[in-house]
Design a binder for this molecule. Sequence first.
Ligand code: GDP
Ligand code: MG
Length: 685
Amino acid sequence: MPQRDLRKTRNIGIISHIDAGKTTVTERILFYTGGIHRLGEVHEGLATTDWMPQERGRGISITAAAVTILWKDYLVTILDTPGHVDFTIEVERSLRILDGAIAIFSAVEGVEPQSETVWHQADRYRIPRIAFINKLDRIGAEFTHVLQEIREKLGAEPLCLQLPIGAEQGFRGVVDLIEERALTWSSEDQGKAVLITDIPGELEKTSQEARERLLESIAELDETFLAAYLGGEGSSPDAIRAALRRITLANRGVPVLMGSGLRNQGVQPLLDAVVDLLPSPLDLPPTQGIDPRTGDPAERPHDPKAPLSALAFKIITDEGRRLTYLRIYSGQIKPGTSVFNANQAVEERAARIFRMFSNKRERLEVAGPGSIIAATGLKATYTGDTLCPRDSPIQFESLQVPTPVMDIALEAQSSAEEKKLNESLEKLMAEDPTFRVRVDEETGQTLLSGMGELHLDVLVRRLIEEFGLKVKVGKPQVVYRETIAQAAEAEGVFEHEVSGKIQFAQAVVRVEPLPRGAGLKSGVRLSEAEIPAEFWPALEQSMTLQAQSGPLRGYQVVDLLAQVVGGSYNESKSTELAYEVAAAKAFQAALGRARPVLLEPLMRVEIVVPEDFLGAVINDLNARRGKVEAIVDRGKVKLVKASAPLSRLFGYSTDLRSATQGRATYSMQFSRYDVALEPAPSPGA
Ligand code: GDP
Ligand code: MG
């Protein structure tokens, strides 16, 4: 098989807020590139990338499925990242392996909180982006609002490449400001053909002005273009695209396109922009990691002759078989050849490797840099692991896992079921590292912690439907935390006979409050004369372990500094074990004196609602101890920004729907932990 031209490879993601239209637009992309023969609609439960039965049932995308298409000789792999806030890890995980992204915004709702979060995540990975303003056919669509919000909320420079022709129900197509022509689509062929005509007379003047503004913005951002532009030349479509490409790759600006996914308008120009403006793997700097043997920085060029480096970014179980998605950065992978998993320090072997098209898998003999493939036969590889040769290992940075804020209790019906439950949970954890499992010491129940109601609900349903488990499921509960309100000190002494020998230790622990979000910091402030340095790590570890379970309700203790500030040592009797116990006792006693308080998760909520229902929405928020922070005019609707405790937001979507006759949309995301104003409900309540 000839090596593909890497310059003709694009690995992109589609990022946005839930319901902005990712799945709908992806479905068009697959349809126009021949990947599917019929358009499946989200609301009919038929969209191709929503392949998990639950996603189809709910009309949302949960897993980031990788799909490869061909567009004009370019191999484009698209990751349909989920927009729901409960699934940010999926977004983060795909950002790791993307080279570029399309950000989709709704022309009505604009830049919503989840888009903001994902956008800033993408900033962190320096991912070049283009934007697509969707839903121009809807009442209240206003693309200039979105441009303004891209500037204000995202701090990015929008470069608008198109103008809408017609508005709302009358939306018909777009003016292409680069080529100076009109593009429209017909419903008869479901938008397959792009109809190219002259710019309609009534739009000529505005188009010309918009083009001037675009060229001026490009000239401000790109010196090469500026020189040609000032010289009175250089505004050929090719020169404009070349400049836009440089600007996009350098993250200096964001080209903006527009259309309506549902009405099949604007998708092909978006694909053109993907190949014209977004990077190939070769445009990116070498991939950074560390050498696991030394911890020193290491990097790999996008070169098939370099040693293999590949990141496992997703594991799914497909018809009982484990399928591991890999992004290859350097070197080559071949089925049957041994590779080294740098994170687990084990040798692995891929049985088969595939490129995943939407309608078929293509079996590969070899895959090189820039490829996104799926492999069978990898047994010990988990999400986030790096594969490489044993003798030139590299490890890429692991994922930042967000805070789980909700728990749900599970109880197996029998001990046989319990074993099955644990095995199933292990499989689910391989796929999704954001949820955690622990056993409640008091009740013996298994607790699943996740990112929110929906996340937990999806997990529980999969346990029941996919794994066929019979489990008793509790109500979702907020995950609280604990902290302290004042500084305190306490002493802990251990003096006991252990295995026939008296062991002794004494430690004094001081705890001090830290600002919200600081987490737990622990350390020692001692002289070697008080306690020899060899015991210091044991002291610290003991406090960290104790902090897992706070004095009030057993929740994790955060936002404090815990230090061992004194102690004594007996040369013949002091042991590590004794210091661990003494530090634990001192830490617990100090916490008890430091006025422990409960912290609860607060959510940021944004609601878009027609004016008529504004009062109902605000009253309801007040009843939930919500704080309205701002009410913003958004044309015909209002945007309410508020914060509220998660404990009061259970079932919010249902309540909001009934209070507003389904006319409001909302989004919610974790904001921070803060002092709980109400006591936490007792367990099992
Ligand atoms: P996702 O959550 O971002 O994947 O969004 P979906 O593609 O699932 O779309 C959410 C809802 O918006 C669905 O009911 C779509 O049919 C609808 N939708 C998507 N694109 C458009 C559009 O361009 N115009 C209109 N009017 N509705 C759209
Ligand atoms: Mg979707």
